[in-house]
Design a protein around this ligand. Structure first.
Ligand code: S3P
Length: 165
């Protein structure tokens, strides 16, 4: 069984994944970490040295690798993973347990304004413009995210409650 967590940057995919993994004793694989380990570079370095096109290509390759393994696992994806090529189709076909951690622009802004550094797509955006950037970007990405089998609203909820759900 594979459980997949998707959602915008800052929606809590990695943190919730860790909680579920601990409770269920099922292995967690964080796609960003998996990419970093295999490429021997941080996500930021990959963007800076190789560019986003290279990152998206590798992201797809490693996603495919992970989805092809049959072991029980929880997989937390990168915010953009479902939104490129036919990745979302591949994700939905791999398992009936695709969960979208749905957060409002407000929640995302509050979290991301403090945590931009490790995120190449937003690190150079001024906080004054960040909310508007998230609003537009999320609007585009929701087209993919909303195809998930399960949608979990995370606004105002504790990690414990979200993981339980
Ligand atoms: C990205 C999100 C990041 C990471 C990369 C690109 C995106 O993951 O994969 O910086 O396109 O939204 P998180 O969602 O874990 O921040």
């Amino acid at each position: 069984m594979t459980v997949i967590l998707i959602g915008y940057m800052g929606s809590g995919k990695s943190a919730i994944g860790k909680k579920i993994a601990k409770k269920s004793k099922i292995n967690l694989v964080d796609l960003d970490d998996y990419i970093e380990e295999n490429e021997g570079m941080s996500i930021t370095e990959i963007f800076e040295k190789k560019g986003e096109v290279y990152f998206r290509k590798k992201e797809r390759e490693y996603l495919k690798q992970l989805l092809e393994t049959e072991t029980n696992k929880i997989v937390s994806l990168g915010g953009g993973t479902p939104c490129y090529g036919d990745n979302m189709e591949m994700i939905l076909k791999a398992t009936p347990y695709v969960f979208y951690l749905k957060a409002s622009v407000d929640t995302l802004y509050k979290r991301l304004k403090k945590r931009k550094d490790q995120r190449p797509l937003i690190k150079n955006i001024d906080n004054a413009d960040l909310s508007e950037f998230i609003r537009k970007h999320l609007f585009e990405r929701n087209f993919y995210y909303m195809q998930s089998h399960h949608i979990v609203n995370v606004d105002g909820k504790s990690r414990k409650k979200i993981a339980k759900k």
